[in-house]
Design a binder for this molecule. Sequence first.
Ligand code: NDP
Length: 468
Amino acid sequence: MKDIGLIGLAVMGQNLALNIARKGYSVSVFNRTANTTQEFIKNRVKVENIEGYYDIKSFVESLAKPRKVILMIKAGKPVDDVIQQLLPYLDKGDLIIDGGNSYFKDTSRRINELKEKGILYLGMGVSGGEAGALHGPSLMPGGSYDAYKMVEDILLKIAAQTEAGPCCTYVGNDSAGHFVKMVHNGIEYAIMQAIAEVYDVLRKGLKLSPEEIGEIFEKWNNGELNSFLMEISYKIMKYKDKETGKHLVDLILDEAEQKGTGKWTSQTSLDLGIPTPSLNLAVEARTLSFFKKARVELSKKVTKTYTTTNVDKEKIIVDLENALLFSVFISFSQGLWLISEASKTFNYDIDLSEVLRIWKGGCIIRAKILDFLREIIKENTENVNLLNSEKALSFLMNKFDSLKYITNLSKEFYLSTFVLNSSLDYFLSMIEENLPANLIQAQRDFFGAHTYKRIDKEGIFHTEWETQ
Ligand code: NDP
């Protein structure tokens, strides 16, 4: 009898199965397309205790009871289909763990549907790409605590390990795990876009080569910006195409694809009424990038005149590093605020400090700055967007002039900086006592009699604006 089963042998599933087996567990695997299972067993399984199955019934029957089945398949309908295929063979008390990027509302529905049948269900965010799945991902399991306890030992062993412990914890009730993974990806979109904007200023504004930018990014990666995304960015900058000998990044089409988790994060932030402009604008930037033909045509119609002769390159590089740090902090600030609000709305009971801890290793947004963010949240667990702290404000104010300068400078170069701009605007709005929302309230009341409140007396007011 095998300890655990895994369905879905694309990159993530294969690597996760190997990771589990290498930690001493026996694993049964199944994939819809049998050939993939055969190839996996033949080419990648060596000494590991992994056995391939070619029909769901014998796959399920090979598992020790209570059975534990991990799904690593395409999110959406395939997950429902596979659950339906498994159900006839499962018993009460068996557990299904969905490790894919499922939409959190689907996970809530599945938890409830399966609860009625006595089947336990965990929605588990998995981050770290294929390398993470093999060597230690960040795992974000949510659902019933009893279900988590059934697989806790395995999950803690296969997760990335840091000095702060394994990058896995019970995230919270219901779809908490998939919610946190969704927001993780929203933050990931924002940080990637911020790095891309900084790269744009260096490449087009300062006319540096990818090699030179790679050197700068590598230096930054040795400092406060140390992170997985900074590390891969400097490696990308230095990579030369084998065929042409040119820097590969210069040859890649500028249309950024997306699978939906960033969009879900933005949609959810709008639904829950939490401001996440940096995360939202990162999604918009990817969407806009796809209008290549329109961009090419328009670019020919506009003359862009700017000079780079009188700029202080050294100062700009320092300011860019600060601007990026500011935006990374703000992206986390917005994402954590969203998670905190969801935790209240959906009764997830999420510990934000623990979320930051399990993002420290294995995942795509792992970064040195997480230690600083944990310090801030530990000082005051009510400070859910991290801004309400002397430390945070002094960190941001130290970088404020740099970001202000860079956002202005980027416009001198005719460059868009969606995430850098919106991080600055978010911060400016959050530290502003009086926003111009008073005029918006007046406009709403003018055309729609929507009423307004006053700052000088209590009550709800309406004015006949045209009568004066
Ligand atoms: P894909 O998302 O490309 O999914 C492919 C797998 O899903 C294959 O095993 C495929 O089987 C199976 N599948 C698709 N449709 C069905 C269906 N209707 N019934 C049964 N099986 C089906 O694979 P990945 O490995 O990239 O990702 C797996 C999951 O992990 C996804 O939810 C993904 O979003 C998530 N994820 C991926 C990461 C990554 O870096 N790739 C990182 C973190 C999470 P078949 O071979 O028969 O087509």
